[in-house]
Design a protein around this ligand. Structure first.
Ligand SMILES: [Zn+2]
Length: 349
């Protein structure tokens, strides 16, 4: 799937600078010039296939084959809700905070070390992820860019969700064939997003160079054996007997603690072995239903439970392949960065 390709681009009239900025925060390509004439706006829309956003009926009245939205509402949140409703915008199709708010250019991730002298020391010490606008040079980090905007954007889109068919897609599901690097991506994303992740991870158990089973570990402590070759169990997956007792002793409480106290819930992975337990399936759905953003890997198979998880309207599916691991990582980090609030003061370990 290529979700970014489906998102419309906009050109806003002189009255709608703040709306253009809000759209940029969401990740939409929103062109805006305070001094653009009506004719320039129409031609920009025609040449660049942009949707015109205007409050001016004269701009709206045009014989050109362009799409025009006559924006209603005086507050930006109302305007955003109106546009989202009219166009059926899907905020999951764009990466929040991926554009410069001043000049609309896509921002570029910058290595933290390169900015040691470019940002205040406190910011350098407390922030992990930085991006720079290649056009105007402005540097963005979560505190300036994300935190202030996140809540009211969520409010605006949450309200649009009740009327305009939009939901905030806060459950990021990574999928792909076995061995493609889903777990590596999740670990890298969690490291970049900072502290506050809770949930569970699974890993291979190897003996003498051979895989003999899988472990399950809560990110905040307890661990156990998820499956093992030769384990006597009514739940057999391939060569492995699944240990439902440890799944429910480690995995279920890890998710319950995460729903109660995490910034980010991690589930690596949701697959066949984990599905022998109804208690575990319920815990997965509670995590997905909670307001907390979720980063999960999902096995690339079809069954009733996995199909239902993937089909959730609040889920974004990121498929990872051998050739686009980096792009998938930045997409996941970008999506979650927009959803997460800043770690507590002094946090970010
Ligand atoms: Zn810029």
């Amino acid at each position: 799937m290529s979700p970014v390709g489906r998102a419309p681009a906009f050109v806003a009239d002189a009255m709608l600078g703040r709306l253009a900025k809000a759209l940029r925060m969401l990740g939409y390509d929103a062109s805006y010039r305070r001094d653009a004439s009506d004719e320039e706006i129409r031609l920009t829309a025609l040449r660049e296939r942009r949707v015109v956003l205007t409050r001016d009926r004269e701009i709206a009245a045009t014989g050109l084959p362009i799409r025009v939205v006559l924006v209603e509402g005086d507050r930006v949140a109302d305007q955003l809700r109106h546009v989202a409703g009219v166009l059926g915008l899907d905020p999951g199709a764009v990466v929040p905070f991926s554009r410069c708010l001043l000049c609309n250019a896509p921002v570029v991730q910058v290595e933290r070390d390169a900015l040691r002298d470019a940002v205040p020391p406190y910011v350098f010490a407390t922030q992990r992820r930085f991006a720079r606008c290649p056009s105007c040079g402005r540097v963005y980090w979560a505190a300036t860019h994300v935190e202030r905007a996140r809540r009211w954007l969520g409010d605006a889109l949450g309200a649009a969700g009740t009327g305009g068919g939009c939901v905030v897609r806060k459950n990021v599901l990574v999928t792909g064939r076995p061995g493609v690097g889903k777990t590596t991506l999740v670990r890298a994303a969690v490291a970049r997003l900072g502290a506050g992740a809770m949930g569970f991870v699974t890993a291979e158990i190897r003996e003498g160079g051979e895989r003999v089973g899988f472990s399950i570990a809560a990110l905040d402590g307890p661990s156990g054996v998820l499956a093992r070759v030769g384990l006597d169990s009514p739940y057999q997956v391939g060569r492995y007997g699944v240990n439902r007792a440890d799944l429910e002793r480690v995995g279920v409480p890890a998710l319950e603690r995460a729903v109660a106290g995490a910034r980010l819930i991690v589930m690596d992975e949701i697959g066949r072995m984990e599905l022998c337990s109804e208690a575990f399936q319920r815990a997965v759905h509670r995590a997905l239903d909670s307001p907390v953003p979720v980063l999960a890997t999902v096995q690339d198979r079809s069954n009733e439970f996995l199909d239902a998880v993937r089909a959730r309207p609040d889920a974004v599916l990121v498929r990872i392949t051998e050739t686009d691991r980096d792009a998938a990582l930045w997409r996941v980090v970008g999506l979650l960065d927009g959803l997460l609030s800043r770690p507590p003061a002094g946090g970010g370990a």
